[in-house]
Design a protein around this ligand. Sequence first.
Ligand code: NAD
Length: 510
Amino acid sequence: MLAVTEDLLKNLKTKDGVCLMYVDGSWVPASDGGVRELVNPSDGQIVARVAEGTRQDAQRAIAAARAAFDNGPWRDTPALERAKLLFKLADTIDDHTAELSAMETLNNGKPLRETEYDVADAANCFRYYAGLATKPQGQTFDVPAPSQTMVVREPIGVCGQIIPWNYPLLMAAWKLAPALAAGNVCVLKPSELTPLTVLRLATFVDELGFPKGVVNIVLGSGPVVGAAIAESADVDKVAFTGGTKTGRSIMQAATGNLKKISLELGGKSPNIVFADADFDTAVDYALFGIFANAGQVCSAGSRLLLEDSIHDKFVKRLVERAREIAVGDGFDPKTEMGPLISRAHTEKVESYIKTGVEEGAKLETGGKRPPGELGAKGNFIEPTIFTNTKPQMRIVQEEIFGPVLVIQRFKDEAEAVKLANDTVYGLAGAVFTNDIAKAHRVIKKLRAGITWINTYHPTYNEAPWGGYKQSGIGRELGTYGYDQYTEVKQINVNLAVEPSGWFKDRESGK
Ligand code: NAD
């Protein structure tokens, strides 16, 4: 593994074996020389050493971004030129798919087939927003003569962007692409656990000639670097993806200068299966909904709602299929489900499983680490399914963010909707049925921002992503996501340049 590691990381910028941060167009160590070791979640081996930034490092990056926005060329660069650079960035990502996906698998643990998908998605996100940069954005209004009124969109300024570890490169793309396309400058903080692919992305940004200070990557912990970004009076907008609790503290920190905020937070999303659904399709997507990326997906279908009449048959088949999922190292081509991100997170998921059992839910399968080396050294938990749950149980209400499915049962459409909406979250939800009218009735009543009929999980750069209730504020992706990186300005033009006469001019008598 060491050889693979050294080869994979050879394109990152380092000093004394420590990966550097990208600030103001330069590669820098932490101001206090701090270093963090990154661990491969599959085997506990140290894979890289990276700079552990400080509050001062965050402030330096923010100052560089501020200068780049206030005095620099980016916002005055024609949209077409910004678009060209973003298209080149997209192509460069595609050209490095093998390297980026292997790096992501090494750092995050998820199987190669998932990281390859993520890399392609990240490239397409840059491509989508590169295309959007040159498209008409404004409005004009037919107002009483002799005026003309128009509305233009302008960049907000310095955008602080804080992202999680579950899709490291993709989340960076979701943040950087719309912000840069709209003419903003960025200070991005990846998760302290998974900065490698974002650092590689920064080498592309550097080589492609983005002006200095336009993209800054600061590494470090949330409470230090993340909080410094959220608090800074020089940051005009903070965009955050992560847990709901952290989102709350970001929102509080942002009040100082009333910066714009967008929050993409957690979920406990319902996947509703009616008795008339296509059985094999619904089983297949129930598995995909919760066990993709080992359940570490904000929109995971972590609550499966089954109609009474199919409950037992469905659970039996689901358990059989869950037991067949190949759990293992993400580099093993046979692997279908990888590890959890860290030992601490694994223990948190295990404590939820223990709570579920204590609450009286029935553990149908999983609930433990796999036997042997895998479970001993890596952060693996077997696909886990609970039945016999009650709505108020903690495992039903709280986001576990692991491969743990809780099953609820319902007698009719009304009860399905009631149960589906009965958490503080509102990120996603799905319904499986062959009755199209019923599908739409249920979706209409779901208090969630992302919904699916007879499928689970597809995400498109074209469509808005975000949640109702405590799953967030605002939307990413699509034109909605672009709008959230712009200020709206109205311009009123007087087409008859003469005094209004509102106050009498005594000299001229008019
Ligand atoms: P997290 O909230 O612990 O961390 C996310 C980021 O915030 C990290 O970069 C972290 O360093 C930083 N951070 C932590 N404390 C901070 C603070 N006080 N101030 C500023 N920044 C701080 O979340 P995580 O464990 O990395 O990710 C998992 C969570 O992310 C889950 O709850 C999941 O649902 C959510 N998520 C949501 C979406 C979405 O689109 N809605 C997508 C992916 C993940």
